[in-house]
Design a protein around this ligand. Structure first.
Ligand code: ADP
Length: 260
């Protein structure tokens, strides 16, 4: 009896040991495929602006530099491509810091309405280009005090509002609503823009995920904005949701604790 129970113990230990190794191997494989995918995404996103810049330079070298009208056009285009790369690198930097926990969340009490107003001011020009109306669900005339890191929440709102403007139709609107929900506020950013196909909705918070490459090709973006948003909301232990209908519009909503 003693022998058979020893054998059972050994058997159990061996199978536990094997299971741990399997888990280790699986994790290593996952990390490796994540690393490969990440490098693939970054090089893909950098390729377009770099080749564009090279094209503009070659055109200038080819003689266009002597024509003051054409050279300005190509230099401006090259500058746009550089801006695109800067945005990508900045977004990667923010995401990296958030994911490695280097960027701390400094919670304090602040007025979310003031942040909304600042974000609307920031995108005013871009919205005007497409005649998009920036509005509020109703008139909010008193400060709305919430708890969180005001700089990070400003980044959340500016990413959401910027997306709403970017993926909106001409003459559309972007609307912010703030709803009182017992110990929290629900903050909604809605638009009547392109919307998101049902199948893509679950994936849009993933890094580098962009809906339909052909649709996104003309609209600059890194595909990192919503990954950053999700991280910040998670760090606040709050939730974010999206409702969207293709061709009709989207609503992103997140919660924040009321300030005590
Ligand atoms: P991007 O830099 O591509 O805008 P995001 O992470 O901010 O990256 O968004 C991921 C994708 O989700 C976008 O490429 C776009 O396809 C889709 N998306 C985000 N916000 C909206 C919106 N308000 N309306 C329609 N599509 C959106």
């Amino acid at each position: 009896i003693a022998q058979s129970s020893d054998l059972k113990t050994v058997e159990r230990e061996v199978s536990e040991w094997a299971e741990e190794r399997f888990t280790e191997i699986r994790e290593l494989k996952e990390r490796e495929s994540f690393r490969r995918e990440f490098i693939g995404n970054v090089s893909h996103e950098l390729k377009t602006p770099i080749f564009n810049i090279q094209g503009y330079i070659l055109t200038l070298l080819d003689g266009a530099i002597d024509d003051p009208k054409i050279n300005m056009k190509y230099l401006n285009r090259a500058n746009k491509s550089v801006e695109r790369m800067i945005n990508l690198v900045q977004d990667m930097d923010v995401l990296n810091k958030l994911e490695s926990g280097v960027m701390d969340v400094r919670k304090q009490s602040f007025d979310i309405l003031k942040v909304c107003k600042e974000v609307f001011e920031m995108v005013e020009e871009k919205a005007a280009e497409k005649n998009i109306k920036l509005k509020y669900k109703k008139e909010y005339d008193k400060p709305i005090k919430v708890e969180g890191d005001p700089n990070r929440i400003e980044q959340v709102l500016s990413n959401l509002v910027m997306n709403a403007v970017k993926y909106s139709k001409t003459n559309g609107y972007v609307e912010i609503g703030i709803f009182d929900m017992a110990d929290k506020y629900l903050i909604e950013v809605s638009d009547d823009g392109l919307g998101i196909p049902e199948n893509d909705v679950p994936r849009i918070f993933e890094r580098f995920y962009r809906v339909d490459k052909s649709r996104s090709r003309d609209i600059a973006g890194s595909g990192l904005g919503l990954a950053i948003v999700k991280h910040i909301i998670d760090a606040h232990k709050q939730t974010i949701n999206v409702r969207s209908t293709e061709g009709v519009g989207s609503t992103f909503s997140f919660t924040l604790k009321k300030a005590k």
